[in-house]
Design a protein around this ligand. Structure first.
Ligand code: NAD
Ligand code: UGA
Length: 451
């Protein structure tokens, strides 16, 4: 039987763009994205310029698919009931309390979604893990859904998502690979083939990789860990460069020209941000510890520790400069998103560096082309809720600006923390300031400090 109706639980950075692309490529399939967040669903159904996820190319797809074969809804029951295939793209943050707090993945949203599927399903379903999950999560999902009392058959697949924010649409159009893990049973392999048929509409068959379900779950964590490890490697070397007079961009280029190493993911930065690298590596560390692999756990933990070190190092570089030249503690931060071309600021280095600067008594002006003032203040507030280290009137020390032009004249020191293309024009706007370019995107001779 052909797949006619798909549901995706979770209308976030993964659920929204991936389902938009499936709807575009498979016009005969109805795709419904459901979420418990009413405001988010309203925003997906609202004006095209205010979608909850900013991704280049996304709004063009939404324009042609929305309310044709792509729907955003809060009616979870009806959508689950009517679908043949259910993707789970819910968030899997780091656990905040209980066993494994601060390390393990919090699976509460996955468990809740599984319970909803068990409760509302009236016919057989293929359930697809799209979220990034600890290896062997499919076992937990299976136990929950199999508790339904109607004799319904559920097949669980792992189909991790490898898109990067800011390039999500092109990543989905031209994936390096699509990974589908299944039980190696007749019905498991059949379910994997059904999912494969969907991707085959636009992904060459040889790029669709099928594996056992545990390999698929673990490959996702391992991919993120390997990517993040390269960033921590280059960032750790940037610290040595600044002691020795070596130039990290030159070192990075020299390393990357070895075809065995390759040039990608060797760009020095204020540390990796984003919702996944840190939480996925911590999850990997926890899994290693759980299986008694303490040395392996320690190895991967180093990747996160170096990332924290890089953020602290940048705060120190700034502080030392201000002390050296006896400057008034006032600074402009350019960039709040964790990378360019996204409105996502989760785990952005800007949050941590700004927080440290506020603690040191700085007044901080902030500008980002895509992250709203409300979100910036919410991010600072959230970190202080956890740490409680700021003076209660810290908000009077933050000013958020709406344009690049308006922020540049507000103080003498400007710090670039996100590599937005717009910031490349800063050299032309005025020259009455000093630039700290911690993304190393501007010409060396126009900046005062770089990594
Ligand atoms: P997100 O927070 O943007 O979206 C998750 C959505 O799920 C939220 O809108 C939330 O309200 C919704 N949700 C939670 N529980 C629900 C429930 N019971 N019913 C309905 N909706 C529910 O998260 P995201 O960035 O899209 O990430 C989702 C998963 O994909 C995570 O596991 C993440 O690690 C993984 N992932 C993310 C990216 C990325 O670039 N963001 C890339 C690859 C994989
Ligand atoms: C990352 C992975 O690249 C995706 O394959 C994966 O699907 C996703 O995580 C996920 O699981 O969430 P994402 O975090 O969206 O994607 O973006 P990246 O391009 O990987 O950038 C992550 C962070 O690393 C950013 O802060 C970026 O600035 C930083 N980075 C990246 C560097 O500091 N140096 C680099 O050379 C590359």
């Amino acid at each position: 039987m052909k797949v006619k109706n798909i549901t995706c639980i979770g209308a976030g950075y993964v659920g929204g763009p991936t389902m938009a692309v499936i709807a575009l490529k498979c016009p005969e399939i109805n795709v419904t994205v459901v979420d418990i967040d009413n405001d988010k669903i309203n925003a997906w159904n609202g004006p095209i310029e205010n979608l909850p996820v900013y991704e280049p190319g996304l709004s063009d797809i939404i324009k042609v698919t929305r309310n044709k074969n792509l729907f955003f809804s809060i009616d979870v029951e009806q959508s689950i009931n009517e679908s043949d295939m259910i993707f789970m793209a819910v968030n899997t943050p780091t656990k905040e309390t209980g066993e494994g707090a601060g390390m393990a993945s919090d699976l509460k949203y996955v468990i809740k979604s599984s319970k909803m599927i068990a409760k509302y399903s009236q016919s057989d379903k293929i359930i697809i893990e799209k979220s990034t999950l600890p290896v062997r999560t499919a076992e937990k999902i299976k136990k929950i859904v199999n508790k339904n009392s109607r004799g319904i058959k559920f097949e669980i697949l792992s189909n991790p998502e490898f898109l990067a924010e800011g390039t999500a649409i092109q990543d989905l159009f031209k994936s390096d690979r699509v990974l589908i893990g299944s039980d190696q049973t007749e019905s498991g392999i059949k379910a994997a083939d059904k999912l494969s048929e969907i991707y085959e509409r636009w992904i060459p068959k040889e790029k669709i990789l099928k594996s056992n379900i545990w390999s698929s779950e673990l490959s996702k964590l391992a991919s993120n860990a390997m990517l993040a490890q390269r960033i921590s490697s280059i960032n750790s070397l940037s610290a040595l460069c600044s002691k020795t007079g070596a130039d990290i961009d030159e070192v990075s280029k020299a390393i990357g020209m070895d075809h065995r190493i390759g040039a990608h993911f060797l760009k020095v930065s204020p540390g990796f941000g984003g919702s996944c690298f840190k939480k996925d590596i911590l999850n990997l560390v926890y899994l290693c510890q759980f299986y008694g692999l303490d040395d392996v756990a320690e190895y991967w933990h180093g990747v996160v520790k170096i990332n924290d070190h890089q953020q602290k190092r940048i705060t120190e570089i700034i502080q030392n400069y201000f002390i050296k030249y006896s400057l008034e503690k006032k600074i402009s931060i350019l960039g709040w998103a964790f990378k360019k071309n996204t409105n996502d600021s989760r785990e952005s280095a800007s949050i941590y560096i700004t927080y440290q600067l506020l603690k040191l008594g700085f007044k901080v002006n902030i500008y980002d082309p895509m992250v709203s003032r409300k979100k910036i203040l919410k991010d600072i507030n959230a970190i202080d809720q956890k740490r409680g280290e700021l003076h209660e009137n810290y908000l009077s020390n933050i000013e958020v600006y709406e344009t690049l032009e308006s922020i540049v004249s507000t103080c003498k020191i400007i710090t670039i923390l996100t590599e937005w293309d717009e910031f490349l024009s800063i050299e032309k706007i005025s020259s009455d300031y000093e630039i700290f370019d911690f993304r190393n995107i501007l010409s060396k001779n126009s900046v005062k400090l770089r990594l």
